[in-house]
Design a protein around this ligand. Structure first.
Ligand code: SAM
Length: 342
């Protein structure tokens, strides 16, 4: 019999009743959508792996539906980070009846440093086993994609929650974004997000949840993704360098990769240096970005850095300012915000 089957919370009003009781209408500006199906809730939580005696931080608990499922797995402690204070009574009620400590933190996860959040005894060596600490969340899409980029940077620097070791993350994304995160070479989904995620983490697209399982129902389906930080990144260079090179190359996804490489350098030296860079990296100038492995990108980054060693000014050169939708598959997500979707 699994732990989830034995642990029962004391009788609590159902999430559906709490939403009615406290008039917790889903807020458009926070892209709130609630998941009610207990089987799907426990499937998300199961995707994280065994939680017994672990510390779990849930981001965006809302009224506490995933939180209930987490508690049923008997972790040693649960922390929730929620932006919307309207959920206070519902989460406090859960905290009072929870057999494990449930700590409520109200704030924006994007500004939250998890450096001091967990028990020092749970800290593990980076090269050892993953620590008994998990991050779980069903956040709005317009938060989950920038959040994973922020967290990948923290993983690369072993800061914030990753000061405690290779902390695993189980998060939901728009299905198309989840497909991009795991996309192998030669697929149409291969994108900058594939390289960024796969460079620092083992990425598993666990399962999809149809949009109709959420209230209110979004127009798109949702993918549940688990990320486990790698003992050694494939490209062991600073995050900002890797991010810049990958962004430039994928700006011209359908073109030969030399087109994107050219944008790393100012116009007068562009032609000469981009050819030199690709020769040093051993990459055919007419290969396309989606045909390149993470290691190929590693050689491109190394060659770029060796050119920049000679001419340090090139590192500051930016072909064009970063667009806000750089990691978004298309403009769908922006339109999601306006129709009360996730
Ligand atoms: N966990 C619940 C569920 O699965 O039904 C609610 C999910 S709802 C899609 C997303 C939740 O994330 C909302 O409660 C929302 O208020 C919260 N949220 C949105 N942006 C946030 C942020 N930047 N920091 C913390 N919580 C946030």
């Amino acid at each position: 019999m699994s732990v989830a089957q034995i642990i029962r919370l004391p009788p609590l009003p159902s999430i559906r009743d709490l939403i009615k009781l406290y008039k917790l209408r889903a807020l458009k500006e926070l892209s709130q959508n609630f998941l009610m199906d207990p089987r799907l809730l426990s499937r998300i939580v199961r995707s994280a792996g065994p939680l017994k005696d672990c510390e779990v931080c849930e981001v965006g608990p809302g009224p506490g539906n995933i939180t209930r499922s987490i508690i049923q797995n008997m972790p040693s402690r649960v922390l929730v980070i929620e932006k919307d204070k309207r959920f206070t009574p519902s989460l406090e009620l859960l905290a009072e009846s929870s057999p494990v400590p449930l700590e409520l933190i109200f704030g924006d996860v994007m500004n939250f440093n998890m450096e001091q959040m967990f028990n020092e005894n749970n800290k593990m060596e980076w090269e050892g086993k993953c620590p008994p600490i998990h991050l779980i969340g069903n956040l709005p899409f317009n938060v989950s994609t920038p959040l994973i980029i922020l967290w990948l940077k923290a993983v690369s620097e072993q800061k914030s929650a990753w000061r405690y070791g290779r902390v695993r993350m189980t998060l939901t994304f728009q299905k198309e974004v989840a497909e991009r995160m795991v996309a192998p070479i030669m697929t149409k989904e291969r994108s900058r997000l594939s390289i960024m995620c796969q460079n620092w983490c083992r990425v598993e697209h666990k399962f999809n949840i149809p949009g109709k399982a959420f209230i209110p129902k979004p127009d798109v389906d949702v993918g549940v993704v688990r990320l486990t930080p790698l003992k050694k990144p494939i490209i062991n260079l600073p995050f900002d360098i890797i991010e810049k090179v990958i962004r430039c190359v994928f700006n011209y996804r359908q073109k030969h990769c030399i087109r994107g490489i050219e944008t790393l350098f100012p116009k007068p030296v562009r032609d000469q240096l981009s050819k030199e860079l690709l020769t040093t990296a051993g990459i055919e100038p007419d290969s396309r970005p989606f045909q390149l492995t993470v290691s190929d990108f590693g050689r491109i980054c190394e060659a770029y850095l060796s050119i920049c060693k000679e001419k340090p000014d090139y590192i500051k050169y930016n072909y064009r300012e970063r667009k806000s939708d750089d990691y978004w598959p298309d403009n769908k997500i922006n339109s999601l915000d306006s129709n009360e979707n996730i």
